[in-house]
Design a protein around this ligand. Sequence first.
Ligand code: 13P
Length: 262
Amino acid sequence: MRKPLIAGNWKMNKTVSEAVDFVNRLKSHIPLNPPGDSFRGMSDVEVVICPTFVTLSEVGKILEGSSIKLGAQNMYMQENGAYTGEISPLMLKELGCRYVIIGHSERREYFKEDNKLINAKIKLALKYQLRPILCVGETLSEYQDNQTIDVVRTEIREGLAGIDEEQMSQVAIAYEPIWAIGTGETATPSDANKVHKIIRKIISDMFDAKTGEKTRIQYGGSVKPDNMSALMEQPDIDGALVGGASLSAESFIRIVNYDKKD
Ligand code: 13P
């Protein structure tokens, strides 16, 4: 049984004071020890927030002792040294990060990250017990050319090259069709599920069937309170990587609860 993983990727949004305000509001909706089982986020799903680097420290302090976990949006593939402007996994670890998003399409596109670099980052994240969320997904033209599977297969094979089964148990995959990111367009739940199922098969072929079965595969791309429950009804969708809709505490709470009602 895979525990759904729902992560909010804030991207380059929120100053420290805005981040502090958000997390305090989120926490006030999520009691540390909830009575009964009413809040799905505490019992049935794993919730992660990935703020900007400069807000990690303050957000981490507020989340301490809560069930909401801290994640980073990126890291560099060296422990330390003369890499101006970069952030090491050791720094993330000390701030309490448990997850790190690697290979987001925006990093691939704007910062020219390739699968080789992404693979090096994943290996270093694993060395420091940071759980990588490896992002994969096709562009609109690749989608229109029916290349989705070839694209995600290459991203997965090259991104996870040299990783063993045990390490793979720490990795989650986020399938984010690039044409659905920030556009309001989403893959239909059943189309997304088809890709997720194939991703699971790719993982099973690379590792083994048990690893394929255990790997959590999130969907990302215009996830909103309105479409979350339909996505989560699909058997191979194990959570979401949420951008825009994770910036409002109210909508993120609804997403975590699969609550589509206003
Ligand atoms: P949106 O939810 O804003 O489409 O962003 C998705 C995403 O890129 C999450 O990593």
